[in-house]
Design a protein around this ligand. Structure first.
Ligand code: 4NP
Length: 167
């Protein structure tokens, strides 16, 4: 179940990983692209951030950017940000890319029905981790992209069905 928006007519989704240079930036770019395709680009605001601050201000990892670019997405606009505990109150949905990120979010802001795993919306294998590709090879980034694409499609379908967004 997707939580109802706080303000009808708009929906805010925060995507969170560890460094905000690989997984949540890839999900951010893909989800925004899918929302635009579905005509929801002006109604749903997507942000991404990391629980760690090491890469703040940096573009995404070049391997993440290359994987997105090969698949036809624009990877140039990302700059890494660090997640802040107060953001749980400003978003309708805060989606962790893996269980460690989820534990970090709960430690920061407590348990909330708005804090879930990104892959709770995975239509193939819900509830799993988006594996951290940072220390691995290119295949890990391709795996992240395919998980992120199918999960974004399903998340967009759930958002499209929300009455508060005109569904
Ligand atoms: P991400 O991957 O959480 O998907 O952005 C990582 C990026 C950087 C680090 C760890 C994971 N790091 O330790 O610097």
């Amino acid at each position: 179940m997707i939580p109802a928006p706080r303000d009808p007519g708009t929906y805010r989704v925060a995507l969170v990983c560890l460094g905000n240079i690989c997984r949540s930036p890839m999900a951010h770019v893909v989800l925004e692209s899918r929302l635009d395709d579905a005509g929801l680009g002006d109604l749903v605001e997507v942000t991404s951030s990391g629980t760690g601050g090491w890469h703040v201000g940096n573009p995404m990892d070049p391997r993440a950017a290359a994987t997105l670019t090969r698949a036809g997405y624009d990877a140039t606009r990302h700059r890494a940000r660090q997640y802040e505990a107060a953001w749980v109150d400003r978003n309708d949905l805060v989606l962790a890319m893996d269980h460690d990120n989820l534990d970090n979010l709960i430690a920061l802001g407590g348990v909330s029905p708005r804090v879930m795993l990104f892959r709770d919306f995975d239509p193939v294998e819900p509830g799993g981790d988006v594996p951290d590709p940072y220390y691995g090879g290119d295949a890990g980034f391709e795996e992240v992209l395919s998980m992120v694409e199918r999960t974004s499609d399903n998340l967009v379908a759930a958002l499209s069905a929300l009455k508060a967004l005109g569904g």
